[in-house]
Unconditional design. Structure first.
Length: 115
């Protein structure tokens, strides 16, 4: 397990909203909200390019403690505010979802992440 703060530090992620501290041992990458609702495991780190307020609702429903928005896409102010209210980390990365998924997988396996 890796703490969210360790993931932020290792991947140099931007923090848009601070959530509750949690440890992560699994992840999910996807943009179609119905698939995330049906398939994402509770407690996973979620990688997406979606950035509207519904991502926070889905994360809360699925008990997902952190969302990473890929490709330097910026969330709107209401999304950041809602994430803070729900205690969900809202993070950003310049990496695309494929690259980001690989880096997080390596990190969760105890490997070093290439910068």
């Amino acid at each position: 397990m890796v703490s969210i703060k360790e993931i932020i530090d290792h991947l140099n992620l931007k923090v848009y909203a601070t959530g509750k501290e949690a440890s992560i041992d699994k992840g999910y990458t996807g943009d179609l909200l119905s698939l995330v609702i049906g398939s994402a495991p509770s407690g996973a780190l979620w990688i997406t390019v979606q950035r509207h307020v519904n991502i926070v609702a889905v994360a809360a429903l699925k008990e997902i403690p952190a969302i990473i928005i890929a490709q330097e896409l910026l969330p709107e102010e209401d999304v950041m505010k809602k994430a803070e209210e729900e205690g969900i980390w809202l993070l950003g990365s310049p990496d695309d979802a494929f690259t980001l998924s690989g880096k997080i997988f390596q990190l969760l396996q105890g490997g070093k992440i290439p910068r």
